[in-house]
Design a protein around this ligand. Structure first.
Ligand code: PLP
Length: 352
């Protein structure tokens, strides 16, 4: 099966498994795990932050960040397709009791002007107690549902300047910040510098089986440790999996541009197929989202699956394919012939 559902499906390599088997471990809840500490220190160093805390998932690092920056009844601003908003099980409301106000971006990116329009400016006649206070702004880089879009550094800087003026902290969902850096050549630390907290994942394109880190200044990260524990993230001898993340950081980061090249080849090929609507020039990293003119995406993904290519529907008329380190050049070519074949085969029942 050529599995293009997500880059989370990557499996640990033998070398990574060796590193896991040899990991020096301790009880992380007591602060005793040297491998977790090494991972936190190395990630903080790469991101240019004072401190970092390791957790099992990107959802947890994001949601702990939200809880760290807010109190129940506060409001946060996000892009309308943000993972934090649409793909984390309603956690902002469920775990932190906060409101999420979306800003509609383009391919997942909003501008500083749009943010400015969204920030409430109250006249003294308007009691400040009436609206929910805006306590956090979240960006996502790369933007998953936007199609793996890289948020331009210049735009981030404008947004950060505006946030600072309004004294609102900024959080980055950088699950794929590594991809943004590989695609743009901007070091991760240059992006991270503009944010109060940054969440990064090891379990996606980097190929580790589990784990994310939340990084920032010492104070918010100390507070985040409390909520990590509260949300059930104290995971004892976590060094076994932290070793995989460390291995991935040091050995797999440089490979991401191969995934991007393969994604570009796949996108270019798909864009030439009749019935596919896709601007291949917009595919900047490893995520490809394409629309189907007059056909059900459910039908397409099911019939491709039957022929050994696993993709996800992204709505009724769109599909998603994510390239990752377990996908080679041959898999890209096979995928293109399978999709071409399936699209060329009429299935009237499923035309919409
Ligand atoms: C942009 C983004 N943020 C956060 C997450 C959540 O990561 P996890 O699956 O580790 O909870 C994902 C997962 O795919 C993601 O794409």
């Amino acid at each position: 099966m050529i599995d293009l559902r997500s880059d989370t499906v990557t499996k640990p390599t033998d070398a990574m498994r060796d590193a896991m088997a040899r990991a020096d471990v301790g009880d992380d809840v007591y602060g005793d795990d040297p491998t977790v500490q090494a991972l936190e220190a190395r990630t903080a160093e790469i991101l240019g932050k004072e401190a970092a805390v390791y957790m099992p998932t990107g959802t947890m690092t994001n949601q702990v960040a939200l809880r760290t920056h807010t109190e129940a009844g506060d409001e946060i601003l996000v892009e309308s397709g943000a993972h934090i908003f649409v793909n984390e099980g309603g956690a902002p409301a469920g775990l932190s009791g906060i409101l999420v106000r979306p800003i509609q971006g383009e391919h997942g990116i909003f501008t500083a002007e749009q943010l400015e329009q969204s920030l409430r400016v109250l006249h003294p006649f308007n009691p400040s107690t009436i609206p929910a206070p805006t306590k956090l702004i979240c960006l996502e880089n790369t933007h998953n549902s936007g199609g793996g879009t890289v948020w331009p550094l210049a735009s981030i800087r404008e947004i950060a300047a505006l946030a600072r003026t309004h004294r609102i902290p900024l959080h980055l969902d950088g699950a794929r910040l590594w991809h943004a850096s590989a695609a743009s050549g901007v070091p991760e630390a240059d992006y991270a510098k503009e944010f109060d907290t940054v969440s990064v994942c090891f379990s996606k394109g980097l190929g580790a089986p589990i784990g994310s880190v939340l990084a920032g200044a010492s104070e918010p990260i100390a507070r985040a440790r409390r909520f990590k524990q509260m949300f059930g993230g104290g995971f004892r001898q976590a060094g076994v999996v932290a070793a995989a993340a460390l291995y991935a950081l040091e050995n797999h980061r440089a490979d991401l541009s191969n995934d991007h090249k393969r994604a570009a080849t796949l996108a270019t090929g798909l864009s030439t197929l009749p019935g596919v609507e896709l601007d291949a020039t917009r595919v900047e990293t490893n995520i490809i989202r394409f629309r189907l003119n007059d056909r059900s995406s459910f039908d397409l993904v099911e019939r491709c699956h039957a022929k050994g290519v696993h993709m996800l529907p992204a709505g009724r008329h769109a599909a998603r394919a994510v390239v990752h380190r377990d996908i080679d050049d041959e898999a890209i070519q096979t995928t293109l012939s399978v999709v071409k074949h399936v699209l060329a085969t009429e299935n009237k029942e499923n035309r919409v």
